[in-house]
Write a protein that binds this ligand. Structure first.
Ligand code: CUA
Length: 170
């Protein structure tokens, strides 16, 4: 892994150095009048502004409709599981059913927390923010029996690192 990273770093460094070198060489001639430079700079900035706006608009148009939270809230026939978080614990059932569509309704009593579910092999499989004053919905169906771990994924205070829980799926 280290060698590809080193090569990528060297490659990028070379590109940056080349660009800086090109800029340095381009300034060796006589200085242009400020008015010319300014007009050119403003024109470039205007184009860049519209490119950025278009990129952001396109990104939002493509990604916003795919947010899973609204769909999870309305999931038909799913069993809703209430999860309340607080410094530094999760209040939730100790057992959950296998092969049953579930929707976790996640909120917080005090500050922002994270609700991250890890499968029996310690892989993060689903997560949502836990926020005071909101209920966020996370849809998930467990297809593997075993003990799952829940960890807070948002720095929430001195006990953050120890904020975890577990539940059994069977
Ligand atoms: Cu709760 Cu970090």
């Amino acid at each position: 892994m280290q060698i590809p990273v080193l090569l990528a770093f060297l490659g990028l460094s070379l590109i940056v150095l080349s660009v800086m070198g090109a800029i340095a060489l381009s300034t060796r001639g006589r200085a242009l009048p400020q008015a010319d430079v300014q007009a050119h700079g403003y024109a470039l900035r205007r184009i860049w502004f519209f490119v950025l706006i278009a990129t952001i608009a396109l990104g939002l148009a493509v990604t916003l409709p795919r947010l899973p939270y609204a769909a999870a809230a309305g999931e038909q026939g799913a069993r809703h599981i209430t999860v309340v978080t607080e410094q530094f614990a999760f209040e939730m059932p100790a057992q959950l059913p296998l092969d049953t569509p579930l929707v976790f309704d996640v909120s917080a009593k005090d500050v922002n927390h994270g609700f991250g579910i890890y499968d029996p092999h310690e892989r993060l499989i689903a997560q949502v923010q836990a926020m005071p004053g909101y209920v966020n919905h996370l849809a998930y169906t467990f297809h593997e029996a075993g003990r799952y771990t829940v960890r807070c994924l948002e720095f929430c205070g001195v006990g953050h690192a120890a904020m975890k829980a577990s539940f059994l799926v069977q």
